[in-house]
Design a protein around this ligand. Structure first.
Ligand SMILES: O=C([O-])CC(=O)C(=O)O
Ligand SMILES: [Mg+2]
Length: 215
């Protein structure tokens, strides 16, 4: 049976970091984290360009969060910070689409963020960006416009925890595997999107992407 053969196969992961930019933590009234805040998205949430972001059933506040994604190319656990560059194959530009009303309710009740963060289409991504296209991932602009108006304009230099720190930390708990993606958190300026909106975003001018939002 196909499923019996597959059920323990190691799959790709999307590991997300929350509140990694002080200005974003502040805009939602959250404290600066003392260690990285982690959550997961299922790979069924991936969306590539040309398809539209679907507002999940019952959500009345779907927020955009533009983020730099790190793509892992080698298996590793307990990776020392100094060795992290050897484990990175490249990058993606990603949107951590968030059902903010679901997340607010979960936060109030002390429940997990899975629904708020992991629904179908919650992870729009660019095509793979080879690492030589991003010589300094810790100093690159991340921007996002909704219907042509700039909403997010940040720089990865403002991350609280750097990429090497994040990868080393995550690998103490999760074995990282080729194809895993780490979303490194969003800069400030998150906000709601509505059916019919067009979201454009970019990693400086290295890559840009565009998605529409639909019901
Ligand atoms: O939902 C949030 O505010 C946490 C998060 O994903 C981020 O900071 O990128
Ligand atoms: Mg995020």
């Amino acid at each position: 049976m196909a499923v019996a053969a597959k059920f323990r196969e190691i799959g790709r992961k999307i590991v997300c970091v929350g509140r990694n930019y002080g200005a974003h933590a502040a805009e939602l009234g959250n404290p600066i984290p003392e260690k990285p805040i982690l959550f997961l998205k299922p790979t069924s949430s991936y969306l590539s360009e040309g398809k539209s972001i679907k507002i999940p059933k019952g959500c009345s506040s779907l927020h955009h969060e533009v983020e730099l994604g790190v793509v892992i190319e080698r298996t590793g656990s307990n990776i020392p910070e100094t060795a992290v560059p050897d484990y990175i194959g490249g990058y993606v530009l990603a949107l951590d689409m968030t059902a903010r009303d679901f997340q607010d309710e979960a936060k109030k009740k002390g429940q997990p963020w899975t629904l708020a963060k992991g629904f179908d289409t919650s992870c729009p991504v660019s095509s793979f960006i080879p690492k030589d296209k991003v010589p300094n991932p810790q100093n690159i602009q991340l921007w996002l416009k909704v219907n042509g108006a700039t909403k997010q304009d940040g720089n990865t230099k403002d991350m609280i925890f750097s990429i090497p720190t994040l990868v080393a930390y995550i690998s103490q708990f999760f074995t990282l595997e080729p194809g895993d993606v780490i979303l490194t958190g969003t800069p400030s300026g998150v906000g709601p999107t509505n059916p019919g909106d067009t979201i454009q975003c970019g990693l400086s001018d290295v890559v840009t992407m565009q998605f529409t939002v639909s019901k």
